[in-house]
Design a protein around this ligand. Structure first.
Ligand SMILES: NC(=O)c1ccc[n+]([C@@H]2O[C@H](COP(=O)([O-])OP(=O)(O)OC[C@H]3O[C@@H](n4cnc5c(N)ncnc54)[C@H](OP(=O)(O)O)[C@@H]3O)[C@@H](O)[C@H]2O)c1
Length: 272
């Protein structure tokens, strides 16, 4: 499958930035999305210096109309990488008898960005790809969305982040079973902690932390192998699957004694 025209969301930072830089080369067009214009343009310049042709679009992925317009305006897409995302945990209790909590605005914003924001890219991208001719290998394109190991567990420290990521993973893996017949391959990335700005201010140990450039290479290798679900580190995902099989009481007793994701240990996200 050729990968001459690639669209990446979340390209202004972290994993999306690393994927953009890894993919930048002569003969390739990169459509890069993000919101922070300065960081997005800096990544674009870097990609251009590596020989790629670059277009940038500074929009909120939660803006369904803007996303549909942007994706369709590309005309042709070989590969789409939906990386944009936001995270945050529960806030510490405010009184001795109140529980940890997520503000309502955070719950809605996480679902709008991490779930609807993915659909806002994937659905128009499917439309674009369905109208493309099949290549010599019978393929029309591929779409990959970034989920998380957090989507494998009901972790009390990150309820809405984990739930949105679980939905993304189920949607991509299940829909991929249908779209492959049309020559469109879907993938979900179930990864653990990455050393990006997203995790830089977490105040707890992050087991299995993966360097973001290694993560990019792992993802691109998985896509080359047509993996529907790209999982790393495997031991963390396997442990999380196991935890999810335990009775909720047992799993919760373990989670609530972990420093990882304890209430108030993640920076408050920018919900704008
Ligand atoms: N870091 C980890 O440990 C980890 C682990 C598992 C999965 N993931 C997932 O990997 C993906 C990339 O995360 P990262 O670690 O690279 O984080 P990051 O460095 O914080 O980058 C997040 C990117 O998403 C963009 N973004 C956020 N909200 C957006 C919105 N509403 N509209 C458009 N763009 C938006 C940001 O753009 P602006 O900054 O320009 O707004 C930025 O480019 C996310 O989906 C994340 O959930 C991360």
């Amino acid at each position: 499958m050729k990968h001459d025209i690639v669209l990446i969301t979340g390209a202004s930072s972290g994993l999306g930035r690393s994927l953009a830089l890894t993919l930048a080369r002569p003969g390739r067009t990169l459509h890069l999305g993000g919101r922070n214009q300065d960081r997005l343009h800096a990544v674009a310049q870097h990609c251009i210096s590596r020989g790629a042709a670059v277009d940038v679009a500074a929009h909120d992925v939660a803006d369904r109309t803007a996303m549909a317009h942007w994706v369709k305006s590309t005309g042709t897409l070989d590969m789409v990488l939906a990386c944009a995302g936001i995270t945050g945990g529960t806030r510490a209790p405010t009184t001795p008898d109140s529980p940890p909590y997520e503000p309502d605005a955070q719950v809605y914003r996480f679902f709008q960005t991490n779930l609807e924001g993915v659909l806002n890219i994937v659905l128009p991208a499917l439309e674009v790809m369905r109208s493309q001719p099949r290549g010599a290998d019978g393929m029309r394109g591929r779409i990959c969305a970034i989920s998380s190991v957090a989507g494998l567990v009901s972790y009390p420290g990150t309820p809405s982040y984990g739930a949105a990521k679980a939905a993304v993973d189920r949607f991509m893996v299940a829909t991929g079973g249908n779209t492959k017949k049309a020559g469109i391959l879907l993938s979900s990335v179930v990864c653990g902690f990455l050393n990006t700005p997203m995790t830089a201010k977490n105040r707890f140990p992050m087991p299995g932390m993966t360097d973001v450039d290694n993560a990019s290479r792992r993802i691109l290798r998985g896509l080359k192998r047509n993996e529907r679900r790209i999982v790393f580190p495997l031991w963390l995902a396997a442990g999380s699957r196991f935890m999810d099989l335990l009775p909720i009481k047992l799993a919760e007793a373990y989670y609530t004694h972990q420093p990882t994701g304890a209430a108030g240990s993640m920076p408050e996200p920018d919900l704008s």
